[in-house]
Write a protein that binds this ligand. Structure first.
Ligand code: ARG
Length: 589
């Protein structure tokens, strides 16, 4: 299905051709002067240069071609050469009718043949999830849903941080505490226990203790390093213990991500990439890409057009150990083998940009990916506190995600209880739905690359550009639809959309007609904030419409049925969009 913008562009294109002007110049955009018109075309200005004619003359010729167009209520040439358009009301209503029949609301399904891996987790095993991982999860989940909606086959990968010194630290600390365990007995034969020797609470205490100790106690630090090496070399006892750490930690992570309504298709980690490293390094050597630099093996990735230095990508340290980049490259080897992706999209803190520049360049040079594979880095900004510094707890520590969520839910709960329209139990449940929307919308409504200030009071407000405001609008619509249906003894809701009869109705219709275009654009430009901006505008337009019309008391049944149909479509558009953003609306709030 074409977008409304494409239909208008096509209509203008025909007129351009009829006037002997290149159709490509018939570009239509949303009007930047909504007081004058709804859409505009500046193509006559560009054509004037090519065809050596006055722009206003070209604009007039085109406009006269379109005098009888079924699309325009008004089309005019305005000096110096703009073409201003106002759509016919029944054309807009006709388009909305088509949209209603389309399960994708008119959004172009441009990813049907494409496979995309989205890497948007990055939590580190045995360390609690903290707010730093929040943005990756929220933005990545939304992008995953957008890519799916536009037809892509998507593999969301959590890409656990499960292969570093933290593993050695935990193993060594466990060894000191429970030396009698079979994992540490080199003469042990047979299997290992199925029960892990620790719980998640144990792990959460063991890791920070060990980490702190390693900074103060050199012997311990060395032992933890040795344990890491031993694990990486495949010691069976250490591998068995490693699997326990993973199982316990992943179960907890899954619980936390579930609270965020974030889920991953694959739970792979850095450790899964390790088997690919030796062959990958060999291939780099064979291709003559590796050279020694200060004892390490590196690949040069500086390019002539670089304006700043891009240091070589370090593949192997002098002691043979591999690094973060090595793992990311080997992960690409695995992804290519398993999924053959057309695109790999990384949603990671923007402070890791240089790392990804090095990794992407090396991957291309070493032909780890196919030349046509797209590698995209979406680097997000920091979530800051009101002081403008990275968000911390009141005590100055790293805020754990679960506490942050509980704080928001509690604040929403208080807000709901102020109105006392529902039982405490329902309010608790509702506050979880609304709290999540507040948190996610607060994040997603900002351009991902920018830093933003985490401000609970603003995020949970029922007014302004917030998640709760959107939900409140939806709840209002649901309530009207419910009452209408009740009055009609449960009959099906009308769906026939008549032409708009006044300005606020037309404004709402025009906005709804753009749903497909906006969804497609948010996906193409990996920008969920555009979707937020859109639903904010739709909510505002709906609330103006609501303000201007007494829907439930309207006596003209046909008019009323038309409005109800419009409400139904508004709700569907909002519902689709919030689902793409990763949250849901309650029935009441
Ligand atoms: N575990 C990393 C961190 O906490 C993030 C991983 C991001 N993804 C990747 N493929 N490198 O910083």
């Amino acid at each position: 299905m074409k977008t409304i913008l494409e239909l208008i562009t096509d209509e203008l294109g025909t007129a351009f051709t009829a006037c002997g002007i290149d159709t490509k110049l018939a570009k239509v955009v949303l009007s930047n002067r909504p007081d004058l018109c709804e859409y505009q075309c500046n193509g006559a200005l560009a054509a004037a240069k090519v065809y050596h004619k006055a722009p206003i003359q070209i604009a007039q010729e085109i406009v006269s071609q379109l005098g009888n167009s079924p699309l325009f209520e008004k089309i005019e040439a305005v000096k110096p050469g703009f073409i201003n358009m106002t759509l016919k009301k029944d054309f807009t209503a006709w388009y909305l009718g088509k949209m209603q029949e389309d399960e994708h609301l008119g959004c172009e399904i441009f990813g049907a043949e494409k496979t995309v891996v989205i890497d948007y987790g990055g939590p580190n095993v045995a360390k609690p999830l903290h707010v730093g991982h929040l943005r990756a999860a929220i933005i990545g989940e939304s992008l995953k849903r957008l890519y799916r909606f536009t037809g892509h086959t998507v593999i969301g990968d959590v890409h656990l941080g499960d292969w570093g010194l933290q593993m050695g630290l935990i193993i060594e600390e466990t060894r000191l505490r429970q030396p009698e365990l079979p994992y540490f007995d080199p003469t042990h034969t047979g299997g290992y226990p199925e029960e892990p020797p620790f719980t998640i609470s144990d792990l959460e205490e063991i890791y920070p203790t060990a980490s702190k100790k390693s900074k103060e106690d050199e012997a311990f630090a060395q032992a933890a390093h040795n344990a890491t090496v031993k694990l990486q070399q495949g010691d069976p006892g250490y591998r068995a213990l490693f699997r326990h750490i993973l199982t316990v930690s992943v179960a907890d992570l899954k619980k936390n991500y579930a609270r965020l309504d974030v889920d991953f298709d694959v739970w792979k980690g850095e450790s899964d990439a390790q088997p690919y490293i030796p062959a990958m390094i060999q291939s780099m050597k064979d291709q003559g890409l590796l050279h020694e630099s200060q004892g390490a093996m590196v690949v040069d990735v500086q390019e002539e057009s670089d304006t700043k230095e891009v240091p070589p990508c370090i593949i192997q340290k002098s002691d043979g150990a591999s690094l973060y980049a090595t793992t990311d490259l080997a992960t690409l080897v695995e992804r290519e083998k398993l999924y053959h992706p057309d695109e790999v999209l990384y949603v990671v803190d923007k402070r890791q940009e240089m790392h990804f520049t090095q990794v992407f360049r090396t991957a291309r040079k070493a032909r780890i990916i196919r030349p046509e594979t797209k590698l995209t880095f979406l680097g997000f900004g920091t979530m800051n506190g009101k002081d403008g510094k990275p968000f911390k707890t009141r005590e100055g520590g790293v805020m754990r995600l679960e506490y942050l969520i509980s704080d928001i839910n509690e604040a929403v709960f208080q807000r709901i209880m102020e109105n006392r329209t529902m039982s405490e139990e329902e309010a608790r449940q509702t506050s979880e739905t609304v709290g999540l929307a507040a948190l996610k919308y607060g994040d997603l409504s900002n351009q991902a690359t920018k830093n933003y200030v985490f401000d609970v009071d603003r995020f949970i407000s029922f007014e302004g550009n917030t998640g709760p405001y959107i939900l409140y609008t939806m709840v209002r619509i649901k309530s009207i639809l419910g009452k209408y249906q009740e009055a009609k003894a449960g009959a099906a809701l009308p769906t026939e959309l008549p032409a708009a009869a006044d300005d606020s109705e037309k404004a709402l219709q025009l906005l709804l007609a753009r749903a497909g275009e906006i969804i497609a654009d948010s996906c193409r430009s990996i920008a969920p904030h555009k979707l937020c901006q859109y639903i904010y505008e739709v909510s505002d337009a709906f609330n103006s419409f609501y303000h201007d019309h007494r829907i439930l008391t309207e006596e003209d049944q046909t008019r009323q049925a038309g409005w109800i149909a419009l409400l139904g479509l508004t709700l569907r558009v909002l519902d689709t969009c919030i689902h793409l953003l990763g949250f849901e609306a309650p029935d009441r709030m």
